[in-house]
Write a protein that binds this ligand. Structure first.
Ligand SMILES: *Cc1c(COP(=O)(O)O)cnc(C)c1O
Length: 380
């Protein structure tokens, strides 16, 4: 097992024991091959899942890999009413030699616990987080697609599972992990998205849950996403809660602004004010940019500055980034302050260079000089 440069370090991630109950009704190999030929995103699930239980006094116990199956809960279960529900998203990549790797998984393990703390939930040891992924990817390794930009998407999540309608933190939690084969996010090539700047709705406010990857944030975002669609936009861009002026994020992705071009290009991403979700992709691109000789910084940008910057051509490109879609160009902006085009409305050169550089690390096409990759399955 390679160690990662990301704290916390794990001495041996296999330390957490996971009991295995194999599925005796696997998806037939022919059907699996059919799915893997065109997996889409989040539509198909593998043969197994992992679950573990936390109870007050006992802590985490009964970590097991079992056949993928429905969950059963009492109608008065905590999370169904009060929303103690958090999740993570990361991918397993199959390299050319057949080995399977994760990208900075300890970042996800740490963020999962930050989310847990914010929602007054039990924290999960990083050893269990990584061991659960290793167990599931190992059992379902044949579900890892190997095409360009394909991966096995992993969805760890945790629910407050105590029964009772009293409003207080649950005294029982279930941790679950499922996996879904994912193809290239853009099946028809990379298309810049059109965004709607949301004035009516905010995603997060200071002191709120914006930094946590909790289910409720997504529920609260859907009406704004629908409003964006009504304005003919693909995605919603969130502004700060106090002034509705400062750019925060796009949907479930962080944003980057590109200033200048060629040797003079530099990139800026909005600072983590507490209302933004600290993306692993966002953080990685700050470093990848520097590797490419592109100055990268955190800062802030207002709606007026975005509009004026595009008009003066000082802002040349804008892109969004996140695990699922990697890097997505933003071509067009619509808002109550007017509509404008970013650059020539297409996928910019800096955007595509950064995208490729990150993918090259994740897919093992270039040396992993930052020790970001974490091997979970050895070469064939
Ligand atoms: C998950 C998420 C991101 C992206 O995070 P990554 O770790 O890069 O996948 C950005 N914004 C929001 C709101 C998210 O939920």
């Amino acid at each position: 097992m390679t160690t990662s440069a990301d704290a916390p370090r794990l001495a041996d991630t296999h330390l957490w024991p996971i009991e295995v109950t194999p599925n005796d009704a696997l998806v037939p190999a022919g059907r699996r091959a059919e799915i893997l030929a065109n997996p889409g995103f989040g539509q198909h699930y593998t043969d197994h899942m992992v679950r573990a239980t936390w109870t007050e006094g006992e802590g985490w116990h009964d970590a097991e890999l079992v056949p993928y199956q429905p969950l059963t809960f009492d109608p008065a279960t905590n999370f169904l009413h009060y929303g103690q529900a958090i999740f993570e998203g990361l991918k397993a990549y199959k390299h050319a030699d057949g080995s399977i790797w994760l990208f900075r998984p300890l970042k996800n393990a740490t963020r999962f616990n930050n989310s847990a703390r914010r929602l007054a939930m039990a924290e999960l040891p990083a050893e269990l987080f990584i061991a659960s992924i290793a167990a599931l990817v190992s059992a379902d390794r044949d579900w890892t697609p190997s095409g360009a930009e394909a991966s096995l998407y992993l969805r760890p999540f945790m629910l407050g599972t105590e029964r009772g309608l009293g409003v207080r933190p649950s005294r029982e939690y279930q941790y679950l992990l499922i996996a879904s084969p994912a193809g290239a996010y853009f099946s028809k090539g990379i298309h810049p998205v059109t965004v709607w700047l949301s004035d009516d709705y905010v995603r997060a406010a200071p002191g709120g849950t914006g930094e946590a990857k909790c289910a409720g944030n997504y529920a609260a975002s859907l009406v704004a996403q629908a409003e964006a669609a009504q304005h003919g936009c693909d995605q919603v861009v969130w502004l700060d809660a106090a002034e509705h002026r400062w750019i925060e994020e796009m949907g479930g992705m962080n944003l980057y602004f590109v200033y200048g071009s060629g040797d003079q290009a530099r990139i800026m991403t909005p600072s983590l004010t507490g209302a933004l979700l600290p993306g692993v992709t966002r953080d990685s691109l700050l470093t990848v940019a520097q590797d490419l000789g592109i100055r990268a910084e955190e800062g802030r940008i207002s709606v007026e500055e975005w509009k004026a910057g595009c008009a003066s051509r000082e802002i040349t490109e804008v892109f969004a980034c996140g695990t699922a879609a990697v890097v997505t160009p933003v071509g067009e902006v619509k808002s109550r302050m007017g509509n404008w085009t970013v650059g020539n409305g297409g996928a910019g050169e800096v955007t595509m260079r950064l995208r490729q550089a990150l993918l090259d690390i994740q897919t093992g096409a270039v040396p992993d000089k930052h020790a970001w990759m974490h091997k979970i399955i050895d070469a064939d």
